[in-house]
Design a protein around this ligand. Structure first.
Ligand code: ATP
Ligand code: MG
Length: 245
């Protein structure tokens, strides 16, 4: 039996109260087996980022529980949750969240510094090289393109060699070719290194690189596809209606 890396059990996340209350996640139960690559899709506002942030212990569910291996995240103190995240989880934010005053390599080294580890420069450079940015190590984010910043954010999430990597639209700012490089890297992390990858995407081609695609509608799981091709995923996403242009 395959071990489960991350499990969500009846997770709901509500924001606000009364008339302005929003249910971002509504009773979501999902399991992500170790060494698998899952894509999460759904319309804007369907709860994808909230799902990732709750699963990664960056946001706390209103109800339900999240388990990383055997550890229930929902029961941990802030301090222990932070330590566990640093040691075992990588996260690529939809908005990158790079520190503007640090160079690319300093941004990538940051998680190691925060964990009290001395970042070996060769390792930091190697990770930047894996995302195709070896020649941009000394640039600050303001001197990088959107796609380059996105890849620095990915390198920063990889530098600690996390067991589980959550990536929120990690190819959203990339051209087809660079996107392929990143997807090949994510695929290899699952296949060769046994890491668990959960990736939000709007792109059926990117999603087809995953083992499984989970669809969200209004904060609820609305089915999944396993081993699907891009065309099938696109059809599932858009439904039968014809696009206006
Ligand atoms: N802090 C918050 N306060 C109130 N509502 C929120 C908050 N964060 C998210 N929401 C709401 O929760 C819902 C889900 O948001 P979420 O960011 O998870 O969507 P998403 O699927 O990632 O969308 P996108 O594809 O646009 O990134 C949305 O309706 C959003 O407005
Ligand atoms: Mg989002």
């Amino acid at each position: 039996m395959t071990a489960i890396a991350i499990a969500l059990r009846s997770v709901s996340r509500r924001h606000g109260s009364g008339d302005s209350a929003v249910t971002a996640l509504d009773d979501v139960s999902l399991a992500f087996p170790k060494g698998t690559f899952t894509a999460v899709m759904g319309r804007s506002g369907s709860g994808k980022s909230t799902l990732l942030q709750c699963a990664a212990g960056l946001d706390r569910p209103t109800s339900g529980s999240v388990l990383l291996g055997g550890t229930e995240l929902t029961g941990l103190s802030e301090k222990n949750l932070t330590l566990l995240r640093r040691q075992r989880i990588g996260f690529v934010f939809q908005a990158f969240n790079l520190l503007p005053s640090l160079t690319a390599e300093q941004n990538v080294a940051l998680p190691l510094r925060l964990a009290g580890r001395r970042p070996p420069r060769a390792h930091v450079r190697e990770v930047l090289d894996r995302v195709g940015l070896a020649d941009r190590a000394r640039h600050r984010p303001s001197r990088l393109s959107g796609g380059q910043q996105q890849r620095v954010a990915l390198a920063r999430a990889l530098v600690t060699r996390p067991e589980v990597l959550f990536a929120d639209e990690p190819t959203g700012a990339l051209d087809t070719r660079t996107s392929r490089t990143v997807l090949t890297l994510l695929r290899a992390m699952a296949d060769d290194e046994g890491r668990t990858i959960v990736m939000v995407t709007h792109d059926p081609v990117a999603a087809s690189c995953a083992d499984r695609v989970v669809f969200l509608v209004d904060g609820r799981v609305d089915g999944e596809l396993t081993g699907a091709k891009a065309d099938d995923i696109a059809t599932r996403m858009t439904g039968p209606e014809v696009l206006p242009c």
